[in-house]
Write a protein that binds this ligand. Structure first.
Ligand SMILES: [Fe+2]
Length: 287
């Protein structure tokens, strides 16, 4: 294993992900410990990708009644159905651009994501990197006074909030407005090794029990600290790359690329469950 960053992330050699079930214990151990796993030269088709996801848990289905739908691959892509690319003005491109804000996935869903498995399909000639930070390392490094202040905080998450930051049109898409606000505690302890991580995202729109301005200041301060340049691992994609990351202990963002070129990454999220420590981030219900 080769470290990707001094604080987190490893490149793992010698595993063909088509045979991931055989190696799952080792993969999962590395996932809990290192938060971001890079595998190179892989050949994942949709079926292998979904099977890999199912080893981690239930594949996320972004529908109100997920039991009525079948899990399928989603493409993070600016490619249109007719094979051309989305124009710069297209609301779906704006929606993609919102992924360029630091976030962790699906915090606006009734159960957020445990992991994302992202695989390169079609890459532009430049740009389009995916960047990661460790919110576990950030939590460790925060001044004690801030840790004390944040430890019992509950954050409000809303999908429209992150989309609004990029474009009102993207914020008005049905797939965005359909999700009501959620609340999660700001610190997620890993149930396997006890390591705590800040749990924060671009979807955070406020702090429960705190005024709007004070809440915004705190959120901005935490995101700025967590995403200082020295904390970032920037991944330049190569064909065959697959990255699995722990949504409980990282934030990520996409980077811009020449939008007249196609960029397609195959993506699935796995939904967090009780064994992943989900109960620890549920806010205590009001008495
Ligand atoms: Fe994402």
């Amino acid at each position: 294993m080769k470290a990707l960053h001094r604080d987190f992330g490893v490149e793992i050699d010698g595993i063909d992900l088509r045979d991931a079930a055989t190696h799952y214990a080792r993969i999962r151990e590395a996932f809990e410990e290192h938060s971001v796993l890079l595998f190179r030269n892989q050949r994942l088709d949709d079926e292998v990708h979904l099977a890999l996801g199912r080893l981690f848990g239930v594949i996320e289905i972004r529908q109100k009644n997920p039991q009525e739908h079948e899990a399928r691959m989603s493409m993070v892509s600016n490619r249109r159905n007719d094979g051309r690319v989305l124009s710069e003005q297209d609301s779906r491109l704006m929606h993609l651009k919102a992924n360029q804000l630091w976030h962790t996935d699906s915090t606006f869903l009734p159960a957020p994501a445990l992991a994302n498995i992202l695989a390169a399909r079609k890459l532009p000639t430049s740009g389009g990197e995916t960047e990661f930070v460790s919110t576990r390392a950030a939590w460790r490094d925060l001044p004690d006074v801030t840790r004390t202040r944040v430890r019992n905080v509950v954050l409000r998450h809303r999908y429209t909030h992150s989309r609004q930051a990029v474009s009102p049109v993207a914020a008005a898409l049905d797939e965005v407005t359909m999700w009501p606000e959620t609340t999660w505690r700001a610190v997620w302890p890993n149930p396997v090794n006890g390591m705590e991580a800040l749990y924060i995202a671009s979807h955070v729109c406020g702090v429960v029990g705190m005024g709007e301005r004070e809440g915004r200041q705190l959120i901005d301060e935490l995101v700025a600290f967590t995403t200082e340049p020295g904390r970032i691992y920037s991944h330049q994609w190569s064909s065959g790359d697959v990255i699995i990351w722990d949504e409980r202990a990282t934030m990520h963002r996409g980077r811009p690329w020449p939008y007249d070129q196609e960029r397609t990454l195959a993506s699935i999220c796995i939904t967090a469950s009780e064994v992943d420590g989900l109960g620890a981030v549920r806010p205590v219900p009001a008495a």
